[in-house]
Design a protein around this ligand. Structure first.
Ligand code: ATP
Ligand code: HSE
Length: 293
């Protein structure tokens, strides 16, 4: 039996749509696997009632196929589904790391990224790796067609999760078909600034790099109260604010000393819009870790 803790993640980070991702120190899924002739899946924890246990419909099913690793799988959800925190990805990442060890498949962590991304295709139709990559590798990740690079970064974060659901599939429908050259230049500049900020663990540069003129404005419309939440986060000292993944979670970069006030301001703004929410005071964290094997 092998048990793996796979962290929640925040993809895009504003300027890095479908490219950037960051592992969060909390929350996380815990995936336990045991060899079996037939694959079965049991899901417990947050939002389990909304998550299919059919291997054809659960993200871990595609991972089982890719690794030829039938197993009895228990997923204890710590990452709420349809949250923008890589819930579907955390399970796929945890299963990939756990099954790779259980069957001694010998794949590297980098080789497990596209395997886990196949799980994402099951739920959103696209094998985007920007959540599974940081959930497997940890840190800040940059994923392109020729692979993933990661770097550890000490950046305090607040993730505020409203009590509403936005599916990735729906959120991908509002992504613009094209962008102007001016928007392209602004996005590249922001993305490069964010990457340097991560390498330097500089929350000011990371915050500046989270600005995005193309995708975020369209997705913000799906989140009631977003503008007020963003404004209150900045008032409390946030260095950058954007939609986490496909939303509805909202992520803010900040300094450690401001994190509590940023969380309080974001929660208060959602409450003012009549929306229950919870805030995670977190930071960029490690990738999947073995709890037992
Ligand atoms: N193991 C799993 N964990 C969570 N969701 C799963 C899993 N397997 C399938 N799903 C389905 O995937 C959907 C959640 O995925 P979705 O990508 O919409 O949200 P998310 O992963 O939390 O957000 P994001 O990808 O934007 O960070 C739910 O509808 C759920 O039924
Ligand atoms: N890059 C993906 C991430 C989903 O978490 C999207 O924004 O659709």
């Amino acid at each position: 039996m092998v048990t793996v803790r796979a962290p929640a993640t925040s993809a895009n980070l504003g300027s890095g749509f479908d490219v950037f991702g960051a592992a969060l120190s909390r929350p996380a899924d815990v995936v336990t696997v045991e060899k079996a002739a037939e694959t079965t899946i049991e899901v417990t924890g947050v939002g389990a009632q909304y998550i299919p246990e059919d291997p054809e419909k659960n993200t871990v099913g595609a991972v089982v196929e890719a690794l030829d690793a039938p197993a009895r799988i228990h997923i204890d959800k710590g990452v709420r589904p349809a949250s923008g925190l890589g819930s579907s990805a955390a399970s796929a990442a945890g299963a990939a790391v756990a099954l790779n060890r259980l069957y001694d498949r010998g794949r590297s962590r980098e080789e497990l990224v596209p395997i886990a991304a196949e799980g994402e295709a099951v739920v959103s139709g696209v094998a985007h790796a920007d959540n599974v990559a940081p959930s497997i590798l940890g840190g800040f990740t940059v994923t392109t067609a020729d692979g993933t690079r990661s770097v550890d970064a000490a950046i305090p974060l607040v993730v505020c999760l409203p009590d509403v659901a936005v599916s990735t599939r729906d959120a991908r429908r509002v992504v613009p078909e094209s962008a102007s050259m001016e928007e392209l230049v602004e996005t590249v500049g922001n993305a490069a600034t964010l990457a340097i900020g991560m390498c330097r663990s500089d929350p000011d540069l990371v915050g500046l790099g989270m600005s995005d003129p193309v995708v975020t404005p369209e997705r913000a419309r799906l989140i009631t109260g977003y503008d007020e939440v963003r404004g209150r986060a900045f008032d409390a000292g946030a260095t950058g604010v954007t939609v986490s993944g496909a939303g509805p979670a909202v992520i803010a970069a900040c300094r450690e000393r401001d994190r509590r006030d940023v969380a309080a301001g974001m929660l208060d703004a959602f409450a003012g819009a009549g929306i229950e929410a919870r805030a995670y005071q977190t930071r960029i964290g490690r990738g999947a870790t073995f709890l037992a094997d």
